[in-house]
Design a protein around this ligand. Structure first.
Ligand SMILES: [Zn+2]
Length: 323
């Protein structure tokens, strides 16, 4: 009987679960609420209960499931599937892989959620199974992941690829990580909104300032909309953000020499103009031979990248599959 794989993507509000075939196609997918009660102690049993029901409903015998791959937030030991800390769901010293393995009876493998998404994009999305790739996700924060020589780069303590915490303004504002001037403080949705609030003080006459005053808040989407409508401060924010992103991508690319750089996440959906500005900055900063070989593309899979990449992780761990 044809084997399939389960991919799980654990987030702060939902857990996405997918049953995925050997070629990376989604056979079924759904989401459950992330129950953060009692430091998230019910999450693992919730996942198995929901999965067990779904397998029964689809008449998929458990023995045809090769394993469960998980993308989880926080600091993770990639060899043991142990989560040291995942602040946004309340886990601390959580033996995720062991717990789910013991209740499901299936092999379980865990990766950082950003790395799982990168594997998914390279397997079935915009990556196209390349051997060297840099990926950024521009959302509430800035996530990153790197594939080198066909393998995800974890580093000595799982911290490799954290592009969002590379320093772009040494005296910049305080980041969530406790340091100053990380890429994330500029290029995340939160960072762009912070820039916008600063700008309104310098440009009280701007449409940006009146938008903030009338609605009481401003979003990254507002900034792109107002820039399109000709608002100068918003255009400056977008130009600066794109420039900083191009610089960070150039530096990462000089180290990795990738054939592709993928940009995903909510902020990247702002459109072609923004991506073009990032690309221009990247090409301006990068070494010619690094730039010439490298294509900059939008990620394609959206929310499915995590579950597809988690399924790839199972194939990688069980069959040593590489890109
Ligand atoms: Zn940081």
């Amino acid at each position: 009987m044809e084997k399939s794989i389960v991919g799980v993507d654990i987030g702060g509000t939902t857990v996405k679960i997918g049953i995925i075939d050997n070629d990376g196609n989604i056979l079924d997918k759904w989401a459950i609420h992330t129950n953060r009660t009692n430091s998230g102690e019910f999450i693992v049993s919730d996942i198995w209960k929901s999965l067990d029901e779904r397998l029964a409903k689809n008449a998929i015998p458990k023995k045809t499931i090769e394993g469960i791959g998980i993308g989880a937030p926080g600091f993770i030991d990639n060899d043991t599937g142990y989560v040291f800390e995942a602040v946004n769901i309340g886990w601390r010293n959580m033996p995720l892989s062991d717990e789910l393995r013991s209740i499901s009876g299936l092999p379980v493998f865990v990766a950082n959620d950003a790395n799982a998404a990168v594997m998914g994009e390279n397997w079935k999305g915009a990556g196209g199974n390349v051997k060297n790739l840099v990926a950024l996700t521009l959302g509430t924060g800035v996530g990153g992941g790197i594939i080198v020589n066909g393998d995800i780069l974890n580093g000595e303590s799982g911290m490799a690829g954290e592009i969002g915490h590379t320093t772009v303004e040494p005296d910049g504002i305080l980041c969530n990580c406790g340091r100053r001037g990380c890429l994330e403080t500029i290029a995340s949705a939160t960072g762009m909104v912070r820039q916008a609030k600063m700008k309104t003080k310098q440009h009280p006459e701007s449409r940006l300032a009146s938008r903030l005053e009338s609605s009481g808040n401003i979003t990254a989407k507002d900034i792109f909309e107002l820039a399109d409508a000709g608002d100068v401060p918003c255009r400056e924010i977008i130009a600066y953000t794109a420039d900083v992103l191009g610089l960070a991508i150039s530096n990462a690319s000089t180290l990795i020499n990738p054939s592709k750089v993928l940009i995903g996440g909510g902020v990247s959906s702002a459109g072609d103009v923004f991506i073009k500005l990032i690309e221009n900055a990247f090409r301006r900063y990068a070494l010619t031979r690094v730039s010439d070989i490298c294509e900059l593309k939008l990620a394609q899979l959206g929310n499915d990248a995590g579950i597809i990449g988690a399924a790839f992780l199972v194939k990688h761990k069980l069959h040593n599959l590489k890109f």
